[in-house]
Write a protein that binds this ligand. Structure first.
Ligand code: AMP
Length: 507
C-alpha cells in the first residue's frame, strides 16, 4: 500500500490528510503528486470523484509557504459551487500549514471577497470572470503567483471563459508551475495546454477505472419510438434515483415536459439553461426533492452525486468516452449501480465499441428481463414510498394530474413561477455571436443582480431576451440601459407579454 508520506509531502500536510480520513492516495494522486512536487507542469485527464482536487492542492500548498500578502497559488474553476468545494478542501488540507484561502466568484457581493484579499492570502480559488474583475479593480495581484491551476478546463471552455482564461494566463508570471485538469480531451483543450504549459507530463486515470466495479451494465434493443415504454418499465422497477442521458437538448426538453405532465418529479439540465438554473436543479436532485434528472452530456459534467442508482442512456452516445463518463455517475462510494443503454437497430454496433474501450462486458436484456433495481439508501427508500403513493393518487384523477402535478415538479426545482418573471429585451442580435453565458455574465456585471435572479436567455435575430426575477426587473432594466456590450451601446426595455409567452413555450 502506498502512503501519502512516501510521496514527498511535508509532515504537517500529512497530518491534516490523515485527519481528513484519507489513508492512501487515489490513483491520480499517486501519479501526479511526486512529479508535481518536483515542479513539473502537468496535464491531468480526470473527472470529479477521482481525487483530482486533492492531487493539485497538495502539490500547490506543498510547494508554497503560507503567510504571503498576495496569492502564491491561483486556481481557476468554472463555477462558484466548485470554488467553494475546492476552498473547503484546501482549508482542511492546510489546517497545520495555515495557508489562507479566499474564494472569489460572480453573483456574490464584492465586499466579503475584497476583505479576504486585503487581509492577505496565499491561495485564491475563483471563476475567471470575477478573478479578472478583481484584478482590474486593483484588489487582486498576480505578481507572486507560483502555482497556477486550471480545474475542469473543459467545462470552463464550454461556458465561454476562454478569453478570460487566456487573459489570466498571460498576466501570471511566466516562471511558475501550471497544473491543468480536464475530464475530457479535445483539440481546444490541447491548445490551451500548449499555450499555458512547458513540457507537461500527462497523467490520467485508466478507462476501466472510470467505470466503478459495482456498475452492472445492460443494453436493451428498442425501436426508436419504443424507448419511452422501456423507460417506464425501468422506472416502475423499484423507482430508482436515476439520471437519463439524451443526445440533444430538444430530447431533454421533450422528456421533461412529457414526464412533468404525467406528474413525475423530474429535473432537466442542458447547455441552453442558465447555469444558476442548472445548479438549482442539481441541488434539488442531490437533496432528493426529485429522483429523476434528464440531462445532456455537457450539462452533466462534474455531476458529483454519490447515490445515483441508475443511469439510462436514452440515446446511445457515439463516443465510448461519453459512455464511460455517463455510467460512471452511478456505482460510486461503494454503492451498487445499474446502467441501461437503449440501442435502436442501427445503433447496436456501438455496444462493442464501449466494451472494447472499457474492457468490460455489457449484458443484453429484453424488455421483459429488466432486472429489479436494488435500492440501498434508506432515505431514498422512504422517499420512493412517498413517490409511489403520490403516483397512485394522481392516477386516480386525470384532471389533477395535468394541472397540479406539473406544479409539483416545478415546485421541486424551486424554479420561479412565470408570474414571478419578467422578460427584458436587449438590442443584442444573434449576429454578435454572444453565448448565453456571455449574456448572463454581462447582465450580472452591469446590473449587480445575482445569478439566482436570472432565468432563461433567448438570443434572437434582432434582440436578446433575458428572464429576470420580477422583483428586480425594473432596476435591472435601468442599470442595463446605456451600458456597452461588445463595443455597442445597449438599449434595454421590458418585453411585451407576447414575447414572454413565446419564451415560455420555447422551454
Ligand atoms: P474530487 O475528485 O477532487 O472531486 O474528490 C472526490 C472526493 O474524494 C472528495 O470528497 C475528496 O475529499 C475525496 N478524496 C480525495 N482524495 C481522497 C483520498 N486519498 N482518500 C479518500 N478520499 C479522498
Amino acid at each position: 500500500m502506498s502512503l501519502f508520506n512516501e510521496l514527498g509531502i511535508n509532515k504537517r500536510l500529512c497530518k491534516a490528510i490523515a485527519e481528513m480520513g484519507w489513508t492512501e492516495p487515489t490513483p491520480i494522486q499517486l501519479q501526479s503528486i511526486p512529479e508535481g512536487m518536483a515542479g513539473k507542469d502537468m496535464f491531468g485527464q480526470a473527472q470529479t470523484g477521482t481525487g483530482k482536487t486533492g492531487a493539485y492542492s497538495i502539490v500547490a500548498v506543498g510547494r508554497t509557504k503560507s503567510g504571503s500578502s498576495t496569492p502564491t497559488t491561483l486556481i481557476m474553476v468554472p463555477t462558484r459551487e466548485l470554488a467553494e468545494q475546492v476552498s473547503n478542501e484546501i482549508r482542511n488540507l492546510t489546517k497545520y500549514t495555515h495557508h489562507a484561502v479566499v474564494s472569489v466568484y460572480g453573483g456574490a457581493p464584492y465586499s466579503e471577497q475584497v476583505k479576504g484579499l486585503k487581509a492577505g492570502c496565499d491561495v485564491v480559488v475563483g471563476t475567471p470572470g470575477r478573478i479578472i474583475d478583481l484584478c482590474e479593480k486593483g484588489y487582486l495581484h498576480f505578481d507572486t503567483v507560483k502555482e497556477l491551476v486550471l480545474d475542469e478546463a473543459d467545462r470552463m471552455l464550454d461556458m465561454g471563459f476562454i478569453d478570460d482564461m487566456d487573459k489570466i494566463i498571460a498576466m501570471v508570471p511566466e516562471h511558475r508551475q501550471t497544473l491543468m485538469f480536464s475530464a475530457t480531451m479535445s483539440d481546444e483543450i490541447r491548445a490551451v495546454a500548449e499555450r499555458s504549459m512547458k513540457d507537461p507530463i500527462e497523467v490520467s486515470v485508466s478507462h476501466d477505472s472510470l467505470v466503478p466495479e459495482l456498475v452492472k451494465q445492460y443494453y436493451v434493443e428498442v425501436k426508436r419510438n419504443g424507448k419511452m415504454d422501456v423507460l417506464r418499465d425501468i422506472m416502475a422497477n423499484g423507482n430508482p434515483k436515476m439520471v437519463i442521458f439524451c443526445s440533444t437538448k430538444k430530447m431533454v426538453d421533450d422528456l421533461y415536459e412529457g414526464m412533468s405532465k404525467e406528474g413525475i418529479s423530474i429535473g432537466a439540465i442542458h447547455g441552453d439553461m442558465p447555469q444558476n438554473r442548472r445548479e438549482r436543479t442539481i441541488r434539488g436532485f442531490k437533496a432528493n426533492r426529485m429522483n429523476i434528472l434528464v440531462a445532456t452530456d455537457v450539462a452533466a459534467r462534474g455531476l458529483d452525486i454519490d447515490n445515483i442508482e441508475c443511469v439510462v442512456n436514452y440515446d446511445a452516445p457515439l463516443d465510448p468516452e461519453a459512455y464511460t463518463h455517463r455510467i460512471g455517475r452511478t456505482g460510486r462510494a461503494g454503492r451498487t449501480g445499474v446502467a441501461f443503454t437503449f440501442v435502436t437497430p442501427r445503433e447496436d454496433r456501438r455496444i462493442p465499441s464501449y466494451e472494447e474501450y472499457m474492457d468490460r462486458t455489457i449484458e443484453r436484456v429484453s424488455r421483459k428481463q429488466i432486472p429489479k433495481i436494488q435500492i440501498s439508501n434508506p432515505e431514498l427508500k422512504a422517499m420512493h414510498v412517498e413517490e409511489e403513493s403520490k403516483h397512485d393518487s394522481a392516477r386516480k384523477s386525470k384532471r389533477v394530474e395535468v394541472v397540479a402535478k406539473h406544479a409539483v415538479s416545478k415546485g421541486n426545482q424551486r424554479a420561479p413561477r412565470d408570474a414571478d418573471l419578467t422578460v427584458i429585451a436587449l438590442d443584442i442580435p444573434k449576429e454578435l455571436g454572444a453565448s448565453r453565458s456571455d449574456i448572463v455574465g454581462y447582465v450580472m456585471r452591469s446590473s449587480g443582480i445575482g445569478e439566482d435572479k436570472i432565468g432563461r436567455i433567448g438570443i434572437g435575430n434582432v434582440s436578446t431576451f433575458v428572464e429576470v426575477d420580477a422583483s428586480v426587473a425594473s432596476v435591472t432594466m435601468k442599470a442595463l440601459n446605456g451600458t456597452t456590450f461588445c463595443g455597442r451601446k445597449v438599449r434595454a426595455s421590458i418585453a411585451p407579454a407576447k414575447v414572454r409567452y413565446k419564451q415560455k413555450n420555447k422551454g
